[in-house]
Ligand binder design. Structure first.
Ligand code: FDA
Length: 339
């Protein structure tokens, strides 16, 4: 008979697995090995296809079109972070600029998301600010929102400072806040002088216990309190979670009925839930990614939900190339059961 592992021990094991995955993700030697081994590269690339639309901008734009046709709003991210080389920052900036340009010719409301560390934060704050302003200026007339992602807590002050400086002149820039950080309640109060665009997430990084709380019912309660606070402050709010208990509560409390509030979920994660909310007429935004840095992104999706490892094995061994877009139904179609 199989031994039953106590719940607390299971949680500890999963935490250890998650941190192993995250450290594997950052091993440059491993990444190079994968890139130089075609069979491995294409196998892992098949697994990444569940969460990443493809390596090129046209993959992201094609997925955007299909999802918008089904009644979803969309965010697009060109994957990348922690760029330490000036040329790589300039290249990321150029790619984001081209993305905005392509979106503007399509004349569709869209959101472009990125990490400030992709466009210079680790090199020079003034350079990062200049990059951000250049993108904001370009996006201003094209009905395109820019959204800044939130990174490790060591960067929070710098990211917020650059955001606040830019948002004074460009109200179409939004910021992501992490409920897991103890400081976030105060950060939200500090943003109360105007109407900001806020995305609320639980937080993807492992942070010290002294400044954060881990996944728990206490974190869920805090998340709900922060939503309430943001709604009362009148911000435009994206509730970015796949946690069904939180989503149900948001619907029950009537917050989603405000035109300023929407749900936002990562592409490939709980499409059944996105479909259900979309079919019920709630605003749902799907967060799409594209780019060559999919390996790191895949490892993160497995780290945050270890059963995804089995999904990855299945996806790698599937006879046909995966098409996760098929899992997203339009408003009037039947729901796909969760597998
Ligand atoms: P939680 O992790 O508690 O999971 C709740 C449930 O959701 C799970 O039990 C499972 O059913 C489902 N679930 C969650 N993750 C899953 C997965 N990978 N696969 C399958 N099911 C899964 N973080 C950050 O630090 N900075 C940022 O800028 C962003 N940006 C961002 C944008 C958007 C649109 C989203 C949705 C998320 C982010 N995140 C983020 C990530 C976020 O902080 C968080 O790590 C993930 O959303 C997972 O947390 P949940 O809120 O879903 O809850």
């Amino acid at each position: 008979m199989a031994a039953i592992i106590p719940y607390r021990e299971t949680i500890e094991l999963e935490k250890a697995f998650a941190s192993a995955m995250k450290s594997i993700a950052r091993r440059a030697d491993l990444k190079t090995h994968i890139e130089q081994t075609p069979a491995l590269y294409s196998l892992l690339n098949r697994a990444a296809a569940r969460y990443v639309t493809g390596e090129s901008r046209s993959d992201g734009l094609a997925a955007q079109q299909r999802l918008m046709d089904k009644g979803y709003a969309v965010s697009l991210e060109y994957i990348g972070e922690n760029t330490t080389n000036l040329q790589d920052c300039e290249d990321a900036q150029a790619e984001l600029s081209q993305l905005i340009s392509d979106l503007s010719t399509r004349n569709k409301a869209a959101r472009v998301s990125f990490d400030l560390s992709h466009i210079g934060l680790l090199l020079d704050h003034e350079l990062t600010y200049r990059h951000l302003i250049a993108l904001a200026e370009q996006a201003k007339h094209a009905n395109i929102e820019l959204f800044i992602s939130m990174e490790e807590s060591a960067k929070t002050d710098d990211i917020l400072a650059i955001y606040k400086r830019a948002a004074r002149d460009y109200s179409h820039i939004g910021i992501t806040l992490q409920a897991q950080l103890n400081r976030t309640e105060q950060d939200l109060i500090d943003l109360s002088s105007g109407t900001s665009r806020i995305r609320l997430v639980k937080g993807a990084y492992q942070e010290p216990e002294s400044i954060s709380i881990a996944r728990s019912s206490i974190l869920n309660e805090r998340y709900l309190r922060l939503i309430e606070q943001a709604v009362e402050q009148g911000h435009l709010l994206s509730i970015a979670t796949h946690d069904e208990s939180i989503i149900d509560e948001v619907v029950r409390r009537g917050w989603i009925q405000s035109s300023a509030v929407e749900f936002e979920m990562l592409y490939g994660i709980r499409p059944d839930l996105s479909c259900k909310l979309n079919a019920a007429g709630h605003p749902v935004r799907i967060y799409l990614t594209y780019g060559q840095e999919w390996y790191l992104y895949l490892c993160h999706r497995i780290a945050e939900y270890p059963p995804n490892l089995f999904q990855a094995v299945l996806d790698m061994s599937a006879a046909e190339q995966l098409d996760p877009l098929r899992d997203y139904n339009g408003k009037n179609t039947q729901l796909v059961p969760r597998h």
